[in-house]
Design a protein around this ligand. Structure first.
Ligand SMILES: [Zn+2]
Length: 168
């Protein structure tokens, strides 16, 4: 009997600490969250204007949903993040964020996604630049930072907003 009670306490402790830390931080942060800049091509040999717009609107969605964040398009590559399209390069990822070079690269599989999933992918990658790591899988439905699959919602969700509020 005693053993069962302590097991229940341990389980409760685990569940409580999980719910307190749904979002995960990756150690990266932008210098000034009120002045987050991104460079994206205005035209591209491979990416279409609507694909470029998908990524730009995804970046902007962070400032729509998080008061801590203000996004500005930069006309130089001296920016908080650089958006690049490699839509002729096959990869086993839709996109990859390289934190060291602050680069978000979109690859060939991304092109075959629906528009909302293209945007959701871009929101996710910008989340990495802002400092969010993949969420714990049980919070997939309330985070754009889910590691696998889609919510088919192209904006930061409740858990992402909590993460940004905690970080900045
Ligand atoms: Zn990711």
């Amino acid at each position: 009997m005693k053993k069962r009670v302590s097991f229940a306490l341990v389980l409760c402790f685990m569940l409580c600490s999980l719910s307190a830390n749904a979002y995960q931080l990756n150690g990266h942060r932008v210098v000034d969250p009120q002045y987050v800049t991104y460079w994206a091509p205005t035209s591209d040999e491979i990416a279409t204007p609507s694909e470029i717009n998908a990524v730009v609107s995804a970046a902007t969605s962070w400032q729509v949903h998080c008061p801590e964040i203000k996004m500005f398009r930069s006309n130089t590559i001296n920016a908080s993040m650089i958006i690049d399209f490699f839509l002729d390069v096959d990869m086993d990822a839709y996109a990859i964020t390289y934190l060291g070079s602050k680069e978000i690269a979109f690859y060939k599989p991304w092109r075959n996604l629906s528009m909302v999933r293209k945007q959701e992918t871009a929101v996710h990658e910008v989340g990495h630049i802002l400092g969010l790591e993949h969420c714990q899988p049980q919070y997939n439905s309330e985070s754009v930072m889910r590691e696998f699959g889609f919510n088919d919602v192209a904006c930061p969700l409740a858990d992402d907003k909590r993460g940004i509020a905690a970080l900045y």
